[in-house]
Design a protein around this ligand. Structure first.
Ligand code: SAM
Length: 283
């Protein structure tokens, strides 16, 4: 199939991709998985009609959700990625030599299998790293039951429709807080505030009772259309977010990772929120 594919996230606005070739389509599993090749963004993965990752711009999203909390914390050794079946988040987390263990909790084994086969550049060998453990499970059940503790939890989920919905509930945020070590951090994809403002307000309210520091930072991901994307931040301590540019730059210089979007300056600037986003953060 060639022609145009439209994303169906919003009922009043859509983006379209010129398709050079459809590479994969599966409707038999948990979610409809479609992969296609485009001239502008390379390979594009959709789940239930919603863009998940493109090989062209995934670096923005993955770098900002991985490196920002890791450099802010300063001593992350254990990390858990909830969702993230494409492996891009693991790839960025594993660039840090201090990481001893990275657990991926993904609900859909089909996403992991086919991303390894059809989008190998995204995981770039991460699934073969001995520090990685893959658990096929619903993230909310894993967090409810596990006795493990993490320095960092990255919720790399679909939007709060379908199976990803439970990862935006108060119950999940409470259980994540229980599974963090002191000074631990949770980050997540929290939608595009201009289009999905309620997600920012809801996340803030649902996290507030369980964390000492709840906030958001932003990144511009071209295929998450509608302006800046909000990345959620919740920590058991105010210390990581308050680290100065000098401290972050010092950590980056001491343990550098190759990036295309993240810099220590972007790290600090990303927490400066537009006024309309600040206005969404209310009790
Ligand atoms: N970067 C993407 C975005 O923001 O659109 C997310 C990509 S990642 C592929 C999303 C993953 O979350 C999918 O592989 C999906 O199967 C997984 N997922 C959805 N709900 C989940 C749940 N309840 N527990 C664990 N994984 C889940």
């Amino acid at each position: 199939m060639t022609g145009w594919i439209r994303e169906s996230l919003y009922d009043h606005w859509q983006q379209s991709f010129l398709v050079e070739k459809e590479l994969y389509r599966s409707e038999s599993g948990l979610q409809e998985i479609v992969l296609f090749e485009t001239p502008g963004f390379g390979r594009v993965l959709t789940l239930d009609g919603v863009i998940q990752v493109t090989t062209g711009d995934e670096f923005v999203y993955h770098e900002m959700l991985a490196h920002t909390p890791i450099y802010a914390h300063g001593a992350v050794r254990t990390a858990c990625v909830v969702g993230g079946g494409d492996g891009g988040m693991l790839r960025e987390i594993l660039k840090h030599p201090g990481i001893e263990q990275a657990v991926l909790v993904e609900i859909d084994a089909g996403v992991v299998e086919f991303c390894r086969q059809y989008m190998p550049s995204v995981s770039d060998g991460a699934f073969d790293d001995p520090r990685v453990e893959v658990i096929i499970a619903d993230g909310i059940e894993f967090m409810r039951e596990t006795t493990r503790r993490f320095d960092l939890i990255v919720v790399d989920s679909t939007d709060p429709i379908g199976p990803g919905g439970v990862l935006f509930t108060e119950e999940f945020y409470r259980d994540c807080a229980r599974c963090l070590n002191p000074e631990g951090i949770v980050v997540n994809q929290n939608g595009v505030p201009f289009m999905q403002g309620d997600e920012v307000t809801d996340t803030y309210r649902r996290r507030k009772p369980y964390y000492a520091d709840v906030g958001f930072y932003v990144a511009a991901v071209p295929t998450y259309v509608g302006g800046f994307m909000a990345l959620g931040w919740a920590s058991l301590s105010p210390r990581p977010r308050a680290e100065t540019l000098e401290t972050i730059a010092g950590r980056f210089a001491a343990a550098p990772v190759a990036t295309r979007y993240y810099t220590p300056e972007i790290h600090k600037a990303a927490f400066a929120l537009p006024k309309f986003v600040q206005d969404l953060i209310k009790d």
